[in-house]
Design a protein. Structure first.
Length: 179
């Protein structure tokens, strides 16, 4: 099983390989997210199940990366931004999910190579622009929570967003050294 994982993420381009690792890291964490929400808010966790809709997109990144590196990287960026927007809609911005726009920006800035500078700039600036454009315009979330529950959700999401930023930075830094 582990051998198949390594075969699936393998790529001759170090930044493409790092992107594959990042995509499958996110994918491997997604099934646990609804459980985290359940432990924090109980039976009102059901909207978190909708975040699993992006799982096939993350799973497809290494496959697409073999066909077209630029398209694979953009799929990773699009899946991440889409998952962030969907998550904010279903649980509300008070849960701290807007913080995930920042790992999206870091991802966009770091996974594109020197010859893909235009894509890097667009992918890095787009999440910030979307944060500003959508702020206060998401509409009612699918579920609402108490102030204490929102506080717990904010803590979860702040730590998670920070952790994924660190993971992206280390993965990309390692790849940049090899490119």
């Amino acid at each position: 099983m582990l051998r198949r994982y390594y075969e699936y993420i393998e790529h001759h381009d170090p930044l493409a390989r790092a992107s594959n690792v990042i995509a499958l890291f996110i994918l491997s964490n997604q099934p646990f997210y609804p459980f985290y929400i359940y432990f924090l808010v109980g039976g009102r966790f059901w909207p978190a199940l909708l975040t699993l809709l992006s799982s096939p997109l993350y799973a497809a990144v290494p496959w697409l990366m073999r066909k077209n590196v630029l398209a694979g990287k953009w799929l990773l960026v699009a899946a991440s931004i889409g998952n962030t927007l969907l998550s904010i809609k279903v649980l509300g911005p008070e849960s701290g999910l807007e913080l995930f726009f920042f790992p999206c920006a870091v991802l966009g800035a770091l996974i594109f190579g020197n010859k893909e500078a235009k894509s890097a700039w667009i992918a890095a600036v787009l999440p910030i622009a979307l944060f500003l454009a959508f702020r206060g315009r998401y509409g009612a979330p699918f579920e609402t929570f108490s102030g204490a529950e929102y506080g717990s959700l904010l803590t979860l999401h702040a730590v998670s967003a920070g952790a994924i930023c660190v993971f992206i930075c280390f993965s990309a830094a390692s790849a940049w050294k090899k490119s």
